[in-house]
Design a protein around this ligand. Structure first.
Ligand SMILES: NC(=O)C1=CN([C@@H]2O[C@H](COP(=O)(O)OP(=O)(O)OC[C@H]3O[C@@H](n4cnc5c(N)ncnc54)[C@H](O)[C@@H]3O)[C@@H](O)[C@H]2O)C=CC1
Ligand SMILES: O=C(O)C(=O)Cc1ccc(O)cc1
Length: 314
């Protein structure tokens, strides 16, 4: 059965969200915005997070165990750091309803497929996903319904996933505002290493370097910083657990990209040292043309409000 692209009304009777942080809370508010599920249950490992969720009305029912949350759920979405996806899958596996779909929102896909896949019982479909939308904020109070509006969500279906299960999840993401594409896991991990993972590491490094310098120049580094560096500080404020796990689980692709990055950086460093202005000029001309090409192709839709936080925080 093919559902229309603009669906309102329930797509699943019951959805369980495991891990109640930025992504799960944004999913919950987006699901509620359009009434996409009959009931949404939630579970987080920390009692404090569960208390906060109850206080702010995040989830129709907050459960004290992962098994209780997934019981009877038609869709279970793992919204925890990628390093613990396998443990959480093992914990919920015995309680999954036959015919249910398990998905995740992890930033790395090959590792999640290998860690979660073996725990998925017969008769349950596994459809990994990755919304390319987020902020530097984390936790149950950081989510907002519009996070996924007009952003990409990549589905990375494993072999043998039932087409109907993939289609249904696609409709959920579309109804939450996202544009959906499918991608193969290794390709996903390489693309994300270039577009997200290596840039985050560079931001972390740049802020670390500036912090070392700050000891010499007091607060001038922040006081007089231009927009580029401010963006670096925003990105470098992202959750340490989440990003540690991303680098440890997307090791090969990140190291490949960082290797290429270092080669280019050394070439630019050499051009500066030797006064090779032509090299610098040609390089910057090439990169400017890339940016202009992106704008002309109308592919810059995600940029303007990237990093928008809850209640206008940036
Ligand atoms: N933050 C972002 O911008 C984006 C994050 N992602 C991915 O989404 C996933 C979740 O990220 P966020 O929502 O940002 O994280 P978050 O840090 O806001 O929330 C994670 C939640 O998982 C809970 N948790 C941790 N370990 C757990 C365990 N073993 N069992 C149950 N709950 C556990 C934490 O208590 C917290 O409630 C990660 O895999 C991340 O890679 C994907 C797209 C964007
Ligand atoms: O806040 C930003 O700039 C981001 O890059 C958000 C983000 C972080 C991790 C993802 O896997 C996807 C998006």
């Amino acid at each position: 059965m093919t559902l229309p692209a603009t669906v309102s009304g329930p797509i699943y009777d019951r959805i369980a969200l495991i891990g109640l942080g930025l992504i799960a809370s944004s999913m919950f508010w987006a699901i509620k915005r359009s009434g996409l599920a009959g009931e949404v249950t939630g579970y987080a490992r920390s009692a404090t997070t569960r208390d906060t969720a109850r206080r702010i009305g995040l989830c129709d029912r907050v459960c004290d165990s992962a098994a209780e949350a997934v019981e009877g759920a038609d869709l279970v979405v793992l919204c925890v750091p990628v390093g613990v996806m396998g443990d959480v899958a093992a914990e919920i596996a015995p309680a999954l309803k036959p015919g249910a779909t398990v998905s995740d929102v992890g930033s790395v896909k090959r590792h999640v497929i290998e860690a979660v896949g073996p725990h998925i019982p017969e008769g349950v479909d596994f459809v990994p996903a990755h919304p390319l939308a987020g902020t530097e904020h984390s936790g149950p109070e950081s989510g907002f319904a519009e996070l996924f509006d007009n952003r990409w969500c990549l589905l990375v279906p494993v072999e043998h996933a039932a087409p109907a299960a993939v289609q249904r999840l696609r409709h959920l993401w579309e109804a939450m505002g996202a544009n959906v594409d499918e991608m193969e896991p290794d390709h996903h991990d390489l693309v994300l290493a270039v577009t997200s993972h290596a840039p985050h590491l560079i931001a972390y490094t740049m802020v670390g370097v500036a912090d070392d310098l700050r000891r010499v120049t007091d607060s001038e580094v922040i006081k007089y910083s231009a927009a580029g560096f401010r963006d670096f500080t925003r990105i470098a404020a992202s959750d340490p657990t989440m990003w540690r796990d991303i680098f440890l689980t997307n090791k090969a692709a990140t190291l490949e990209i960082l290797g290429r990055f270092t080669e280019e950086l050394f070439a630019l460093q050499r051009a500066i040292r030797t006064g090779d202005g032509q090299h610098l000029f040609d390089y910057f001309t090439r990169t400017r043309a890339i940016r202009r090409g992106i704008i002309e192709a109308g592919q810059d839709t995600a940029a303007p409000d990237f990093g928008r936080g809850p209640k206008g925080k940036t």
